[in-house]
Structures are given as structure tokens and as C-alpha cells.
Design a protein around this ligand. Structure first.
Ligand code: CU
Length: 135
């Protein structure tokens, strides 16, 4: 990704060829929604695992957005590494993505559209290194 100058938390979907954000009537404005989805990010052995749970501990049903169920954006602290990925659905709210990360503090953006649940994309801190990972 060459352009890191745009809005800090803006998710870039240009990899999917959507040059505009007008998706018609099914588009949901999530800016004022309360968050009802818990996101856990865990990294171990070149594998990033993302766990989605609703308030009852169940896996939320996701809607396809920009042709994918799950968009994951991960950015290194110096913005030099910027990846837009589509983790594999392992069922039960678990998604996995192979990725090689060096020691750093990354920001992870989980861009999903949980059906009938409030969800706001927030940057999740992911510390790599020192044997201690959490999200
Ligand atoms: Cu994507």
C-alpha cells in the first residue's frame, strides 16, 4: 500500500475494485451503533487468529460486505507494513490468517458486518514480541 496519508482509521477497499462507497439501501451506518461484538486477536507461530463473539458468547452471523465476509487490515506502528487480508472462516466465530509479523506494536482493524448486531470498527492493539501477545 503506497498511500498511508488518508484518514487514520479509514478502511481501504480498493483491492476489491470498489471505487465508491455507495452500496444502496442495504448499507448500514454504524457510526452511532453501540458495540455488541467482542473481538479477540491472537498471534502465534505466523498465524493470526481472530475470535468474534456476541454478548452471549455465540458466533455472530456476518454479512458479506465488499464481496467478503471478513476484511482485516493490519498496520505496523511506523505504517511501513500495511496489509489488507481476508482471514479464512474456521466456523464458530473463529477466523485465521497466515502472516509473518516482526516485533512491533500493530494496529488491527476487523472490518465485518455482523447481522442484527451493533459493531464499530476500532483499532485493536497487537503487541508482537517479548512472548506476550494480546488483543
Ligand atoms: Cu477486504
Amino acid at each position: 500500500m503506497e498511500d498511508n496519508s488518508k484518514g487514520e482509521y479509514e478502511i481501504d477497499h480498493k483491492n476489491h475494485g470498489s471505487s465508491h462507497h455507495n452500496h444502496g439501501t442495504h448499507h448500514v451506518d454504524r457510526t452511532n451503533m453501540k458495540n455488541e461484538v467482542n473481538v479477540l486477536v491472537h498471534y502465534e507461530g505466523n498465524l493470526l487468529t481472530i475470535n468474534l463473539k456476541d454478548q452471549n458468547g455465540n458466533a455472530p452471523e456476518l454479512e458479506v460486505s465488499h464481496e467478503k465476509l471478513f476484511h482485516l487490515i493490519i498496520v505496523s506502528s511506523d505504517l511501513q507494513q500495511y496489509d489488507h487480508l481476508h482471514p479464512v472462516d474456521k466456523g464458530n466465530g473463529v477466523f485465521k490468517q497466515e502472516i509473518s509479523l516482526k516485533e512491533d506494536l500493530y494496529k488491527v482493524f476487523v472490518d465485518v458486518s455482523p447481522k442484527n448486531l451493533g459493531y464499530q470498527i476500532k483499532p485493536i492493539d497487537l503487541h508482537i514480541g517479548h512472548g506476550h501477545y494480546h488483543g
